[in-house]
Design a protein around this ligand. Structure first.
Ligand SMILES: [Zn+2]
Length: 336
C-alpha cells in the first residue's frame, strides 16, 4: 500500500476552538470512548468514521456472535496493520449488535494492530428490521434507551468496553413507527450519555426531516447527529443545507472508482465554507461474513492526493480526517 502521512497541523488549537464554539463558550474536555479506553479527541488522529472490522450482515440474526477467530485474525490483522502504516490511527466500527458486534474481539484486534477502534450501542432498523431484536418491537422508548445507557454505564456484554456512539438505521421510504421509536430512544440515550447518534439514512429526505424534527422536539443540537450514507443523495444543495444547520454529513462510500465525484462534492462544501461539517469514510469491511476484504484504503491512497492536486490545503485535509471525527465523536450532551 502506498504510504501517505499528512502533517499534523495545529490540531489542539483548532479542536479547542471548535469545541468551545459548539458548547457556547463552556470549556469542556472532549473525550472519546474506544474499545481500549478513553482517549482525548486531540489524540484520535486520522480516523475513518464508518467501516466494519467484521460483520455477519446478511446472515440470520441468531448467527451474530460467532466467527472463525483464527481466520478472522489472519485476515484482519495484516490489513489493519497496513492501514496503520499508511497513517490511519482510528476506525469507527459500525457493526451493531445482532449482525456481528463482538467487542472482545475488537479489543484484541485493536491491541494487536495498534489501531484504535470505536464501537457502538443501538439497533439497526434498516434491512426491513431483520436485525432489530424481538423485545424492541414492543419496548417503550425509555425501555430501549435503558438498554443502551446501561451498555455505556456498565459496559457491553459483561466486559468493561463502552460504546463510543449510538448506531441506528432507517429503512427507505416513509419512516416506520419502529424506526422512529428507535431514533427517539437514541435521543434519550444521547441526553443521558452524551454519545453521538449516527443514523444509516442514505438518500431518504423524509427520514432526514423526521429525525431533525425529533431532535428539535428534544432541543438537541444537530451536531449530535450524523447523517450516515448522505453520499447516496445526489442533491448536493440539500446536503449543504442540512450541513449548514449544524448536522454531520457522512460521505462514506469512497472507493477507488468514485474519487472524482467525491472531489466534486467536497469542492461544493469548501465553496460554502462547510468542510467542518463533513465526515469521510468507505463503508469497507475487513471480514464480511468470512469473505474477502472490502477495502478501506482509497481515502489514503487516492482521495487525499487528488484533493491536494485540486487545491485543498493540508489543513483542510486535516480538518476532514482528523479534526471533524474528533469533534463528531466527542462524548458530550449537545443541547440547544
Ligand atoms: Zn456500514
Amino acid at each position: 500500500m502506498t504510504k501517505f502521512k499528512f502533517p499534523i497541523i495545529f490540531p489542539i488549537v483548532i479542536l479547542s476552538f471548535l469545541v468551545a464554539l459548539e458548547c457556547n463558550g463552556q470549556s469542556i474536555q472532549a473525550k472519546i470512548e474506544t474499545v481500549t479506553g478513553v482517549v482525548s479527541s486531540e489524540n484520535i488522529g486520522f480516523t475513518l468514521v464508518h467501516e466494519h472490522i467484521m460483520s455477519n450482515f446478511g446472515a440470520d440474526p441468531s448467527d451474530i456472535d460467532s466467527y472463525d477467530e483464527d481466520k478472522l485474525f489472519k485476515q484482519v490483522l495484516p490489513y489493519l496493520k497496513s492501514l496503520k502504516e499508511s497513517g490511519v490511527e482510528t476506525i469507527v466500527d459500525c457493526t451493531t449488535a445482532y449482525f456481528g458486534r463482538r467487542v472482545d474481539l475488537l479489543k484484541t484486534i485493536s491491541e494487536a494492530s495498534g489501531v484504535k477502534i470505536i464501537t457502538n450501542t443501538g439497533f439497526y432498523g434498516a434491512a426491513a428490521d431483520k436485525y432489530v431484536p424481538e423485545f424492541a418491537r414492543t419496548a417503550s422508548t425509555s425501555e430501549l434507551a435503558a438498554v443502551w445507557i446501561s451498555e455505556f454505564e456498565e459496559g457491553i456484554s459483561g466486559t468493561e468496553i463502552k460504546p463510543g456512539f449510538i448506531k441506528l438505521a432507517f429503512d427507505d421510504g416513509i419512516p416506520s413507527e419502529l424506526d422512529l421509536k428507535l431514533f427517539e430512544a437514541g435521543i434519550l440515550t444521547h441526553l443521558a450519555t452524551g454519545l453521538t447518534i449516527a443514523v444509516h439514512t442514505g438518500d431518504n429526505p423524509l427520514a432526514v426531516k423526521a429525525q431533525i424534527a425529533l431532535l428539535e422536539k428534544y432541543n438537541v443540537n444537530l451536531s449530535a447527529w450524523i447523517w450516515v450514507h448522505a453520499s447516496k443523495s445526489s442533491d448536493i444543495g440539500y446536503l449543504t443545507e442540512i450541513a449548514s444547520k449544524g448536522a454531520w454529513i457522512s460521505l462514506d462510500g469512497v472507493n477507488k472508482d468514485n474519487i472524482t465525484s467525491y472531489v466534486e462534492m467536497l469542492k461544493v462544501f469548501k465553496s460554502k465554507k462547510l468542510l467542518e461539517r463533513v465526515l469521510l469514510s468507505h463503508d469497507g469491511n475487513s471480514y464480511p461474513r468470512g469473505g474477502a476484504v472490502r477495502p478501506f484504503e482509497a481515502i489514503s491512497i487516492s482521495l487525499i492526493p487528488t484533493l491536494i492536486k485540486n487545491g485543498f490545503s493540508d489543513s483542510e485535509i486535516h480538518q476532514l480526517v482528523v479534526v471533524n471525527p474528533g469533534n463528531a465523536f466527542s462524548v458530550r450532551v449537545r443541547k440547544n
